[in-house]
Design a protein around this ligand. Structure first.
Ligand code: 0X9
Ligand code: ZN
Length: 301
């Protein structure tokens, strides 16, 4: 059983997806996109009122960084609202939603149970240490900046682009849907940023105005819902330069022009450990921003 007052295990999350597919067979389809290094199933939930129509797709992922638990709760909450709250039917009228709530299930489990709370990377053994930073592993100016060549560093880029099976699985799925996918959202924590490409350069993308304007509308909606204001801008210019991120690859290679990294608010003692009783407010306020994204895509495409 899923909860929004604590953090759920990966198997409970997949269990919830299977339960939704059973309970809402017309609305929900599951797509197995492969397994993690430790053989956990990576499952995309596809939410579509009209599966026959050629609708624009919004793709959402979370949990590429193991310790960023709130991001996974956020993805799960979006799934919950879209599938189980009839008040959100409008958001499904002419947009399909594809959501992968846990990109890095091995790291997530490790940070929750066996290992250390601040684990960030995958769990594949490397020469000297364990794990690769999934968000430095994408093949778009891979390793150019903000990424380490040291396998023991938390931002290790990996031995080669897409060395990790998890980033391969995500890449292959995105390549399959890229023609219909119009918006990519990847949830992280923490920091209250709405980021868009590029992370590999301080130069602005050709559609910077559109990305910034939409990002600000999203931030405004979150504020209206009682949440905090977010800083909106390119990764390099408002946070730091780092190449090999999923957002840069999605825009630069897959050609999905609207690509955002959302850094959710921090909390707790170390920032990543937002307490269970604070989850619901964050995910509910952020959902108001997701609604803005949904409306934008349904009007534009
Ligand atoms: O460094 C990251 O991967 C992200 N921040 S986090 O604190 N969650 O690790 C920001 C990624 C922004 N996008 C790119 N740099 N491409
Ligand atoms: Zn992150």
């Amino acid at each position: 059983k899923i909860s929004f007052s604590k953090y759920n295990s990966h198997s409970d999350i997949n269990g919830y997806l299977y339960q939704l597919a059973l309970n809402y067979p017309k609305l929900v389809k599951l797509q197995d996109i492969g397994r993690s290094y430790e053989k956990r199933n990576m499952v995309v939930i596809q939410i579509s009122l009209t599966p026959s129509a050629n609708n624009p797709i919004i793709f959402i992922d979370a949990g590429i960084h193991a310790r960023e638990w709130i991001s996974i709760a956020q993805a799960l909450y979006i799934i919950y609202e879209l599938v189980e709250n009839p008040a959100n039917k409008d958001l499904l009228a002419d947009v399909d939603w594809h959501i992968l709530p846990v990109v890095n299930p091995d790291g997530y489990e490790y940070s929750q149970k066996t290992g250390n709370r601040l684990w960030r990377k995958t769990r594949s053994p490397q020469d000297t240490c364990v794990g690769t930073d999934g968000n430095r592993n994408f093949d778009h100016y891979w390793g150019l900046n903000g990424a380490s060549s040291n396998p023991c560093a938390s931002n290790y880029k990996g031995p080669k682009p897409f060395s990790e099976v998890e980033t391969q699985n995500l890449r292959d799925y995105l390549l399959k849907i890229k023609n219909n996918a119009k918006l990519y959202l990847t949830f992280h924590s923490y920091g209250k940023y709405i980021l868009f490409p590029w992370g590999y350069t301080s130069e602005l993308p050709h559609d910077e105005f559109e990305l910034r304007t939409l990002g600000k509308e999203v931030s405004d909606a979150i504020v209206k819902a009682g949440g905090p204001a977010y800083t909106v801008g390119t990764s390099t210019n408002v946070l730091y330069g780092a190449a090999g991120g999923s957002d840069d690859w999605v825009k630069g290679v897959a050609g999905i022009e609207l690509a955002y990294t959302i850094e959710l608010p921090g909390g707790g003692r170390i920032g990543f450990d937002l307490p269970g009783d604070a989850i619901l407010d964050v995910v509910n306020q952020t959902f108001a921003g997701v609604v803005v994204y949904g409306k934008y895509v349904s009007v534009k495409y």
